[in-house]
Design a protein around this ligand. Structure first.
Ligand code: SAH
Ligand code: SF4
Ligand code: F3S
Length: 458
């Protein structure tokens, strides 16, 4: 069968889609563009209203492409978990619905539905343990870039847990991904070892709250810091990253690891959400601005060059002008290298739906624009400070920009910054994608750096 996967949402969804593509390819299915596909898989996100609405508009479009006999749509991910059976009622061409714990069963189900055109299947139950999935061949990481998915040579994601127990008052994730379930540390390490053996240089550990790894019924006494130290020992693993970290759970040992582990990248995404303590309290975040700043100074002490990024919500119910000024104040104090900021969006079933007064869209938009403008300048200034310095870049792919015989390659430095570097055209034949290259930074743009190669890729 020819199939196409459309993915919304976080890195966990991207990784799930990636796994599903490989699992279907190992069954002889072929990943193709949307125009050629017979089966469509939509992996959905429900974190704000917009991505949820997008799912319905995509389904409208796919419905028109589903006229061929045997053609159907599968809906997975967080909106699938939220709406469940409702998809069958609204969209007759949807024949498979699977939530986050159901994905392990999706490959088999897709095969069955391709045979039997009358059946519909739903896998929406949460399981009590981390649902291990079939191993897919890691070797295609070398060169495979399936349509719609940004698999990057030399880089891989590894799940260490599923779900979230925090119930931040604005957030739907605990309802769509279920309770926190840690994966067995030996399984995590085994998967990392296999990936490194197949040529992976950089691994990103994934979970909604990696800092509470092991602190649930799936725990074996191995903490997140223990796990990091063990993974760090894998020979040939050049870079480790992890996401996402909840500030309330970050252990002193994890902060220390940034100073001690040579292959732990000097980059941390540490969602702050808001600057005002009263707002943080009503968000249920369980830290205040003082504690957040202490963590930041601890991290900078352990690793002075650490690049910090964050998530910020503006317009949370009850957020006053003064509360918002405190968010702006924290942005000045921390000087995040980058931030993802969003207008608060009411989600079904979360506690904040009932919080009053709501902030008008107009006010929230003005706050968002001001925050993003300020961030743009701080980002630019932080990047400019790096010009004239040398860095090591993990090369990803050629960018579209060509310059005669020169091909511009894009990659990331260990801080996670995008670096563009021109390489002679013949490099493309013996693709340097997935290789490391020393680069001298020559210029900073708004969101990325430009540089010149120093030496050869390895
Ligand atoms: N587990 C991660 C976040 C996952 S959701 C963590 O705790 O940091 C990613 C981001 O979406 C959140 O950090 C938050 O900033 C934003 N977000 C979540 N729910 C939202 C809502 N209802 N409205 C606006 N933004 C939201
Ligand atoms: Fe959502 Fe909070 Fe869990 Fe993050 S920690 S997924 S923001 S409930
Ligand atoms: Fe979205 Fe679900 Fe991830 S709601 S952000 S896809 S956990």
């Amino acid at each position: 069968m020819k199939f196409n996967v459309i993915t919304f949402g976080c890195q966990m969804n991207v990784h799930d889609s990636d796994w599903l593509i490989r699992a279907m390819e190992s069954r002889g299915w072929e990943a193709v563009d949307e125009s050629e596909a017979e089966v469509f898989i939509v992996n959905t996100c429900s974190v704000r209203e917009k991505p949820e609405q997008k799912v319905y508009s995509v389904l409208g479009r796919l419905g028109r492409l589903c006229s061929r006999p045997g053609s159907f749509v599968a809906v997975g991910g967080c909106v699938a978990q939220q709406i469940g059976q409702g998809f069958f009622e609204r969209f007759p061409f949807v024949r498979l619905v699977f939530g986050s714990d159901g994905i392990a069963k999706a490959p088999q189900a897709l095969e069955e539905l391709a045979e039997d055109h009358e059946r519909k299947l739903i896998f929406n139950d949460f399981l009590s343990d981390y649902p291990e999935r079939e191993q897919v061949d890691p070797s295609p990481y070398e060169d495979l870039v399936p349509p719609g998915i940004g698999t990057i040579p030399g880089q891989a994601f590894v799940n260490i847990m599923q779900g979230c127990d925090n119930f931040c008052t604005y957030c739907i994730v605990p309802y769509t991904r279920g309770r926190q379930k840690s994966r067995h540390p030996d399984h995590v390490i085994e998967e990392c070892r296999g990936l490194v053996k197949s040529g992976v240089r950089e691994i990103t550990l994934l979970g909604q709250n990696v800092n509470s790894f092991g602190l649930d019924s799936g725990g074996t006494g191995v903490s997140f810091a223990d796990l990091l130290y063990r993974i760090s020992e894998i020979e040939g693993l050049e870079r480790i990253r992890f996401t996402t970290s909840h500030p309330k759970d970050i252990a002193p040992e994890v902060i220390r690891a940034f100073g001690e582990l040579p292959n732990l990248c000097p980059h941390l995404h540490l969602p702050m959400q808001a600057g005002a303590d009263s707002v943080l309290k009503r968000m249920g975040r369980k830290y205040d601005s003082k504690r957040y700043l202490e963590i930041v100074s601890g991290l900078r002490e352990a690793c002075p060059e650490i690049a910090l990024s964050t998530d910020i919500i503006v317009g949370f119910p009850g957020e006053s002008d003064d509360d918002f000024e405190q968010t702006m104040d924290m942005v000045e104090k921390v000087r995040f290298e980058s931030s993802f900021s969003f207008k608060y969006s009411d989600r079904p079933g979360v506690a904040a739906v009932k919080f009053q007064p709501k902030v008008s869209d107009d006010v929230a938009q003005k706050r968002l624009t001001r925050l993003q403008e300020r961030q743009k300048h701080i980002t630019r200034e932080s990047l400019e400070r790096l010009t004239g310095l040398e860095t090591v870049v993990l090369l990803e792919r050629p960018s579209r920009k060509q310059d005669g015989d020169i091909v511009h390659w894009r990659g990331k430095d260990s801080g996670g910054r995008v670096v563009n570097v021109p390489l002679p055209g013949d490099y493309e034949k013996n693709s340097p994608g997935g290789k490391l290259l020393r680069v001298l930074i020559t210029e900073a743009k708004n969101h990325s750096l430009f540089g010149e190669k120093v030496g050869e890729p390895w």
